[in-house]
Design a protein around this ligand. Structure first.
Ligand SMILES: NC(=O)c1ccc[n+]([C@@H]2O[C@H](COP(=O)([O-])OP(=O)(O)OC[C@H]3O[C@@H](n4cnc5c(N)ncnc54)[C@H](O)[C@@H]3O)[C@@H](O)[C@H]2O)c1
Length: 330
């Protein structure tokens, strides 16, 4: 247990000059304590007295931060939210008090990218039907399941941001050629494609890494799927509503898609759709960004953001694009 962590009540602090940082929701004290440093007392299970003196808070995704909580924590100087979603945090109210809401957008990127590769390998190497062959003693039928390769195949990335770029890096190690479509953060010209349909026509594996917007809702629809290279694999670890599930199932049944990997659903928790029953579909319950290492990195990034603000340094990422370090310091 690091020196900076404690669970004792605050009425008798170990050192009067200590900053107090509270955890709202389960936060690993061993990880954040090391990052916050010796002059911070981390309180994982705060009482109202702890909240009253807290200068920082590390907040898990399911916890609300509203006017009421801010009023009960009048000395708060920074809130760090694990992950990127701030739906339950009143960012405007925090900003009005000069409190930055730090987010941790980088911590899950590498894990999600690994998840994409796991799905691509599972579907391309046909692990499910091959497992069935061995399990059921159908060895003689083994040539009936064509096994593919990532080596030499083309990866099409929709959304060349943090995760999309990392998928490209991993794919390169498998000998894949990478193409990408992203009009807002243009990929290098040699891999850029001008529209999603052009990308679909050229890709053996298509992977979606865009936010959900009016423009991207049902990006993968009947018209898009009509342009997909026959036999392509489609992977969605972005947001559920990026794909039209009915059109996706029809494309699978027609053989236009050879496999589909989904980590995200619309709505969540996922409601059963006939697509889920297709043998060439692999499903995970929005967990690819929540591996053990990604969770640890999230705590590290959140604690680093808190430590930065308490030390007067600008944090790496904040939810409110209008919040500026200079403004808060003024
Ligand atoms: N499965 C998971 O556990 C998990 C975890 C983290 C993030 N995500 C999702 O993955 C998505 C990508 O995350 P990220 O960290 O790479 O985000 P990011 O912001 O770094 O990248 C998103 C990219 O999409 C591009 N983009 C936006 N609109 C586009 C459009 N209409 N067409 C093409 N490109 C467009 C942006 O320019 C940007 O480069 C997020 O939106 C998030 O919803 C999923």
């Amino acid at each position: 247990m690091p020196k900076a962590s404690r669970t004792a009540p605050l009425s008798q602090p170990e050192q009067p000059s200590q900053h107090v940082v509270v955890g709202l929701g389960p936060v690993d004290p061993a990880i954040v304590g090391d990052v916050l440093g010796e002059d911070v007392t981390f309180v994982p299970d705060p009482t109202p007295d702890d909240l009253a003196v807290a200068e920082g808070a590390i907040v898990r995704a399911d916890r609300h931060v509203d006017e009421d909580l801010l009023a009960r924590a009048p000395r708060l100087r920074v809130i760090a939210r694990t992950g990127v979603g701030v739906d339950l945090v009143d960012v405007a109210a925090a900003s009005a008090r000069g409190i930055p809401v730090v987010i941790t957008p980088n911590s899950g990127s590498r894990a999600v990218a690994e998840g994409v590769l796991a799905m691509a390998l599972h579907l391309t190497k046909r692990l499910r039907p091959l497992t069935d062959l061995v399990r059921e003693g159908r060895w003689a039928e083994r040539n009936s399941v064509p096994v593919g390769d990532l080596d030499g195949a083309t990866l099409g990335i929709v959304g060349h941001g943090r995760i999309g770029r990392r998928v490209g890096e991993l794919a390169a190690a498998f000998g894949m050629r990478t193409l990408a479509y992203d009009p807002y953060s243009p990929p290098p010209p040699e891999i850029a494609r001008a529209d999603p349909g052009e990308l679909a026509e050229a890709s053996d594996v298509l992977t979606l890494h865009v936010p959900l917007t009016d423009e991207t809702r049902h990006l993968v629809d009947e018209a898009f799927l009509a342009r997909v290279k026959p036999g392509a694999v489609l992977i969605n670890c972005g947001r559920g509503a990026l794909i039209d599930p009915d059109a996706t199932l029809a494309a699978l049944k027609a053989g236009r898609l050879s496999g589909v990997g989904l980590d995200v659903f619309d709505p969540e928790p996922a409601r059963h759709h006939p697509l889920f029953d297709h043998p060439d579909v692999v499903l995970t319950p929005h967990l690819m960004g929540m591996t053990r290492r990604a969770m640890a990195l999230t705590f590290v990034d959140a604690a680093r953001g808190v430590a930065d603000v308490l030390a007067g340094r600008p944090p790496t990422a904040v939810a409110d694009p209008d919040w500026t370090h200079r403004k808060a310091m003024a």
